[in-house]
Design a protein around this ligand. Structure first.
Ligand SMILES: CC(=O)N[C@H]1[C@@H](OP(=O)(O)OP(=O)(O)OC[C@H]2O[C@@H](n3ccc(=O)[nH]c3=O)[C@H](O)[C@@H]2O)O[C@H](CO)[C@@H](O)[C@@H]1O
Ligand SMILES: C=C(OP(=O)(O)O)C(=O)O
Length: 509
């Protein structure tokens, strides 16, 4: 029994070391021991003290084991099972986080319907609560109510929660209307390499916002004499930067024109919400947004964010990778059209229902039935573009899909520094992915998946891709520390189990 624990702890240490990109010698140097001792520890051939486990954890910046219920969540996946039936897509993480930030514009009560119960939302709620916003889940925990205080208590901000999300940067837009000076902790989120906030600063400077970043905090100062009297041209067509500019424009007393704006799904949801707050927005769905701001917003508003196209893509990919027939309901089709066009070219057999309206009355939904298909690698590379291109967050799912297709697929993830690299974790499950450079992966299929025990990559979509491959692999796999998945997906394991998956949630002793 003790030997079994040593082997398991050894495997965890090896996983954590490999994730850090360290050799055994590097770890040995950090610990002041020999490479052969590290080798023995990783193979479970060495008695190891609690103190040594703690030191290794510290050196690798990773929690190796933890005690108690609050410890990291892991998944045990019995793979090789077909999925069947139907599953509903939930509302999107990315719209929900933008709307939580947008609630700061409103003095009145904001109700958001069917908000995804995900860690990213929980972190933002912790931050909002810490500065005095009253939030509560209503209607059996389905909807969310937010009531802001007269004055926000920025000194009490929950910095620990704030640094775990990147979305905190969308506090700048609303807050610059409420305070002349304020501080926010640095933005965090998935480990995807450098993601600056410079494009946000370029846009928000036009509203008089100046930011100095020191000692883990952004120090913001607002000069009210500066006004966006000519169009704001975004230097990048990013989603959250467009949202930040919209949030700032919403309470700017005048008309703001935003050019090179993203017209992606979360931006559209935010525009619809702003309209419900009484802010007129022209050009929704285009790259030029004209915002007729109102200096005071004090309304009781009720809004239903739309369904998540990336979750729809994830569920569709789950069906493809496990060779299942599955109906994915409530798919926001406008935001999955290019993905489906590519999959159609690859040979995907599927049906689409007639379109119907999402609860926001604006977004078009369909039910999509996917059937087992003989897929061929696409002739051209898979690469994302800002909307209406292939969604940046959907690219990783094509790695798993390409792995089950016949032939070689080139995936070019130009956007993030690390994300393509994480996709090579699929090789531990039998995949044949070759990293050509940090942004390009060549995937060779079809794949004979095999079960494995591994740590979750520290990025949301690659982590889900690994989970999908585990669902396809015969045998029992273990995926450790799935916080990143819970950042963006509500009860994913439980919901996949309702359509035939066999995934058990467990935590460390
Ligand atoms: C909360 C939220 O909504 N998050 C989404 C949002 O993050 P967000 O809007 O924060 O994305 P970033 O601003 O970090 O942009 C992602 C990367 O794309 C680059 N870039 C972006 C646009 C562009 O026109 N040119 C360009 O080079 C950026 O430099 C950066 O390296 O958009 C990302 C890209 O779609 C998605 O992965 C995130 O899920
Ligand atoms: C990268 C992502 O999100 P975020 O901007 O929250 O890190 C994502 O949703 O895949």
């Amino acid at each position: 029994m003790a030997d079994d624990y040593l082997v398991r702890i050894g495997k965890l240490i090896r996983d954590a070391r490999q994730h850090r990109g360290w050799t055994q010698t590097q770890l040995a140097e950090a610990l002041g021991t020999s490479q052969s001792a590290v080798n023995r520890i990783e193979r479970g051939n060495q008695n190891i003290s609690l103190e040594m486990i703690a030191r290794i954890g510290e050196a690798l910046d990773s929690e190796i084991v933890s005690l108690g219920y609050a410890g990291p969540m892991h998944l045990r996946v019995v793979g090789g099972r077909r999925l069947s039936g139907a599953i509903d897509v939930k509302t999107s993480k990315n719209a929900c986080v933008a709307l939580l930030c947008a609630s700061l514009l409103n003095k009145g009560r904001t109700v958001l319907r069917r908000v995804a119960r995900i860690e990213e939302v929980y972190r933002l709620l912790e931050v909002l609560n810490s500065i005095g916003v009253r939030t509560r889940w209503i209607n059996d925990g389905v909807d969310l109510e937010l009531v802001p205080p007269a004055d926000l208590d920025m000194a009490s901000i929950d910095a620990e929660a704030a640094v775990r999300t990147r979305s905190i940067i969308m506090f700048f837009g609303p807050l610059l209307h409420r305070m002349d000076h304020f501080k926010l902790p640095y933005a965090g989120g998935c480990d995807l390499g450098t993601r600056t906030i410079e494009p946000h600063m370029i846009a928000l400077r036009r509203f008089g916002l100046d930011i100095a970043a020191t000692e883990g905090q952004y120090h913001a100062q607002v000069d009210r004499a500066i006004r966006p009297d000519r169009p704001i041209v975004l230097t990048e067509r990013g989603d959250t930067v467009t949202e930040n500019a919209l949030l700032a424009a919403a309470r700017h007393d005048g008309v703001t024109v935003i050019r090179n704006a993203s017209s992606n799904y979360m931006v559209q949801d935010l525009c619809f919400f702003l309209e419900a707050l009484g802010v007129r927005v022209e050009g929704i769905g285009t790259t030029t947004l004209t915002v007729h701001g109102v200096p005071t917003i004090d309304v009781d508003v009720d809004y239903s964010p739309s369904e998540d196209p990336v979750e729809a893509m994830s569920l569709l990919a789950a069906a493809v990778v496990t060779e299942s027939e599955l109906t994915v309901r409530r798919v926001p089709i406008e935001f999955l059209e290019i993905e489906l066009a590519v999959l159609e070219e690859m040979g995907l057999d599927h049906d689409r229902s007639p379109e119907y309206s999402a609860d926001n009355g604006r977004t078009r939904l369909i039910d999509l039935t996917v059937r087992p298909s003989k897929l061929e690698a696409p002739i051209d590379k898979i690469h994302p573009m800002p909307f209406p291109g292939l969604n940046i967050d959907n690219v990783p799912f094509f790695a798993a899909i390409a792995a089950v297709a016949q032939g070689k697929t080139l995936i070019h993830d130009w956007v993030y520094d690390n994300r393509a690299i994480y996709l090579t974790d699929l090789n531990r499950l039998g995949g044949r992915l070759q990293l050509l450079d940090p942004h390009r992966v060549l995937v060779e299929g079809p794949t004979r998946w095999r079960a494995a025990e591994m740590m979750c990559p520290p990025a949301l979509r690659p982590a889900v891709v690994v989970l999908l491959a585990m669902m396809a692999a015969e045998g029992t796999s273990v995926l450790r520390n799935v916080y990143v998945i819970n950042r963006g997906y509500e009860d994913l394991a439980e919901r996949l189990n309702t359509i035939g998956a066999q995934i058990e949630i467990f935590r460390d002793i």
